[in-house]
Design a protein around this ligand. Structure first.
Ligand code: BGC
Ligand code: NOJ
Length: 816
């Protein structure tokens, strides 16, 4: 069952009923001002940091769900009936409804009793404000006298404090209304230099800034007293709950349309601004006024919207493909790329599942996200790499997360996730392959942001690798620390006291649990660093990285191979995990994927055997589960993993992030049918028809789909902010379609399904444009040569073309 459809030409997903199984959201903003917006207008806004600079309030896990947002109410002043044109919060049954989620904008339209309303929400490029453009059309045969009310509830900046520190918060709220603009100027503890504003293009009939005055005490958003009565009360909030609402009266002749623009914005004073009078924010208002005036203008709004659309066209044009499969095309060309940009901006901070409070930028996550966006925004990828590296410690270890506003490592969470540093090597390798910009390796980057501790980025990479080598366990495999990629496999926990939980035991000092997954990741990273070193002329170092990779490969063969698949780990007591010796948790997906990605076992048949085991034991029609059999009871010595019910999350859920590793591994062994089949199982567009089962948005990947042990098998959760986005983009575009940036040029090595006769693609790469045509005339095959501008080139690497050139590449895949 569907709840909407794709409009590929406009690059939109069109939702045609408001009661989607879950709120289907989108993101506003591309740079520093961001918002989440659902298909019924729910969501919130923030500046840079969803925790520390939250503009508007949103109550997670609320009932009814998804209340709190950017609301407009319409009221028919002739009979007092009122409704929400975005359905929420009044949930009036509308005569028509449509929400269009586009690239960084959302437009919600509806008709109710002859009044059509269309609201476009977007954030103009380079501005710290959001526009709501409301167009109201009278489709009745006679004049309509209407009232329109806007509504936002302000958050007192620190979102955590806002939901907990009421003894303070109820006394701090401050607003001011000047010339119809509502200024929310509650001062934030540390810095008293910013405010929000909420402006309207029309003369006001009234306003409210006090939530109780607008809603009425003991009333909810579905029945605000001001709207019911048809009159605002010009309230000024003093403490309690600052709110913003404008009341506008509109009189529309039959057929007439009126456009009203609202702006919600953030303003920050320059550090050296002079206050007049001292301590006040008067100066700011004078500075912000011209910005408000400019964006309240309809033409400016229209041009800003066009600029936003052009911005996306430019970004997405970097890679475009035309294959026999519409689900593949729209994901690669539009939605998957878009989701990668969103994970770039949000990391794992703010979504329908991430409260914006809990998690900042992940060290591991952000490095992997880079794989999905580096080709679109290489300069920003560079900045991101340098930011991440600057949080690394001189041991080579890493804070697990950092805060986007301060860019400092997050002390609450700390480090000790022993895979973290290695991802930096993969991130930098991806950047170098895309750009060829070796100069980044010489950038001076501090440790833990400490001035004076700067070393080259290259030295950071060295330490990432030696961090693993300095921490090998009893079998010569890397120590796992608190966890590796699987945050929930906490193997250094154990309990001497019955009833203790992994959280109370924490990590025992000197824990010797080891990870086969990190061993695979190490081999991959060491090989990449060997190539980077060789490219810099450090031949000896390159050789030593290669030797270390080889040695670790041997260790995996000796202690990490279980006979039919790669083992997962050894726990604190030296007990093997992910082995036929175990009662549950016999086979895990992560080492099968990562070891093969690193090339382990490709030459001796073990990789193929491991992938066959994945197909036999882990694959389901909804994707590949993380492990089998699921843990049926809690084991303190395994940590968080066994706290999940069977089939959910790390306990045998379909953890989508790991599925592309298997797709890539299948492509590496030349099995295009299997790779593509796995790809389609979790491709959200290909699952659109089962939206009542999948439940999450059909246009973006979710972190998890419930596994076969779960009663809700096939149900997705945690959409949007997941490494699934980057890795699926890599799997389909770089390995299945085979368009892969490499250190010395663009590699084209497709491994596509046997029944495809080919595809075409355009790839912008280091300033040149490659027009690629792939043919597969005689069943599944690989390329052994290319034809570049009519000339035969052996192998699969297109030689670098000068910037500005357009290069035609023809590729014929032939069975071996
Ligand atoms: C989740 C993991 C997540 C971790 C973050 C766990 O509860 O299962 O997927 O990475 O929390 O701290
Ligand atoms: C989500 C986290 O963001 C990611 O870093 C981790 O690898 C997975 N969960 C698996 O635990």
């Amino acid at each position: 069952m569907r709840f909407g459809h794709f409009d590929d030409d406009r690059r939109e997903y069109v939702i045609d009923r408001p009661d989607t199984p879950l709120p289907w959201i989108n993101y506003l903003g591309t740079d520093s001002y961001f918002g989440i917006v659902s298909n019924t207008g729910g969501g919130y806004s923030f500046y840079r940091d969803a925790k520390l600079r939250r503009l508007t309030r949103y109550r997670y896990n609320n009932a009814p769900r998804d209340l709190g947002g950017r609301y407009v109410y319409l009221r028919d002043d002739s009979d007092g009936r009122y409704w929400s044109p975005s359905w929420q919060p009044t949930r009036t049954e509308l005569d028509s409804y449509e929400a269009r989620h586009g690239l960084s904008y959302t437009q919600i339209s509806s008709t109710y009793r002859g009044i059509h309303a269309e609201t476009l929400y977007y954030v103009p490029l380079g501005e710290t404000l959001e526009v709501w453009r409301v167009r109201v059309t009278n489709r009745r045969h006679n004049r309509a006298e209407l009232s329109l009310f806007s509504s936002v509830e302000f958050c007192l900046w620190d979102a955590q404090d806002d939901t907990t520190n009421f003894q303070r918060n109820f006394s701090t709220g401050q607003v001011e209304v000047v010339d119809g603009v509502i200024y929310h100027k509650t001062e934030y503890r540390e810095r008293r230099d910013h405010f929000a504003y909420f402006a309207c293009s029309e003369p006001l009939a009234g306003f409210d800034t006090d939530r109780d005055a607008f809603l009425g005490p003991y009333r909810g958003w579905e029945t605000p007293i001001a709207v019911e009565r048809g009159r605002a009360s010009d309230s000024i909030a003093n403490g309690w709950a600052p709110h913003g609402s404008h009341h506008v009266k509109i009189s529309l002749a039959a057929g007439e349309t009126k456009e009203i623009v609202f702006l919600l914005g953030y303003w920050e004073n320059p550090r050296d601004a002079k206050f007049d009078p001292p301590g006040s924010q008067t100066v700011n208002k004078r500075l912000v006024r011209p910005v408000i005036e400019r964006w309240l203008d309809g033409d400016t709004v229209e041009r800003g919207f066009e600029a936003l659309r052009d911005h996306w066209t430019k970004l997405l044009d970097t890679v475009t493909v035309r294959t026999p499969d519409a689900d593949t095309d729209r994901m690669v060309n539009i939605w998957n790329a878009y989701q990668c940009m969103v994970t770039f901006n949000m990391s794992r901070s703010a979504s329908g599942y991430e409260s914006g409070i809990g998690r900042g930028m992940g060290f591991r996550d952000s490095n992997q996200d880079l794989l999905g966006f580096v080709h679109m925004i290489p300069e920003r990828a560079k900045e991101r790499i340098l930011d991440i590296a600057a949080t690394q410690l001189d041991t080579g270890g890493a804070y697990h997360q950092y805060q986007p506003l301060t860019k400092r490592g997050n002390n609450d969470i700390g480090g000790g996730f022993n895979d973290d540093p290695l991802w930096l090597v993969l991130g930098v390798a991806a950047y170098l392959k895309e750009t060829g910009d070796k100069a980044i390796l010489d950038e001076a980057v501090p440790f833990d942001n400490k001035p004076g501790s700067e070393v080259s980025l290259y030295e950071h990479l060295r330490r990432s690798v030696s961090y693993t080598l300095d921490r090998l366990g009893p079998h010569g495999l890397p120590l796992i620390g608190r966890a590796d990629w699987n945050d929930c496999l906490n193997l250094n926990c154990f309990s001497e006291e019955p009833g203790e939980s992994f959280q109370t035991t924490g990590n025992r000092e000197g824990g010797v649990a080891e990870s086969v997954f990190i061993a695979g990741l190490f081999v991959l990273a060491a090989k990449e660093l060997a190539e980077i070193a060789a490219g810099c002329g450090f031949a000896d170092e390159a050789e030593s990285y290669r030797q270390n990779a080889e040695k670790m490969t041997g260790t995996i063969a000796e202690h990490g191979w279980d006979g039919a698949w790669f083992r997962r780990a050894y726990d604190y007591f030296g007990t093997v995990i992910g082995s036929s010796e175990n009662a549950e948790g016999q086979i895990f997906i992560e080492p099968q994927g990562m070891c093969v990605l690193a090339g382990v076992g490709l030459g001796d048949g073990t990789a193929a055997r491991a992938l066959d085991s994945v197909a036999e034991r882990l694959a389901t029609p909804h994707g590949i589960v993380l492990q089998q059999p699921a843990y049926s009871s809690y084991h303190v010595e395994l940590g968080e993993i066994s706290t999940y019910p069977p089939g959910y999350k790390e306990n045998a859920g379909i953890f989508c992030h790991t599925n592309p590793w298997i797709m890539i591994a299948e492509a590496m062994r030349g099995n295009g049918d299997a790779a593509y089949d796995y790809y389609r199982r979790i491709n959200p567009s290909a699952r659109e028809d089962i939206s009542e089962v999948h439940r999450c948005e059909p246009y973006v990947y979710a972190q998890m789909i419930a596994g076969k042990d779960a009663p809700t098998h096939g149900e997705a959760k945690n959409s949007w902010l997941t490494g699934t986005a980057a890795w699926n983009f890599a799997a389909i575009s770089q390995w299945i379609l085979g368009l892969r940036a490499d250190f010395d040029g663009l590699r084209i090595d497709p491994v596509i399904p046997g029944d495809w006769d080919g595809f075409t693609a355009t790839r912008r790469f280091r300033g040149a444009t490659y027009e690629i045509e792939v043919r597969q005339p005689n069943g599944p095959g690989r390329a052994d040569h290319l034809v570049v501008d009519g000339t035969r080139v052996e192998g699969t690497l297109v030689p670098l073309a000068p910037a500005g050139a357009t290069v035609r590449v023809e590729v014929t895949l032939t069975p071996s």
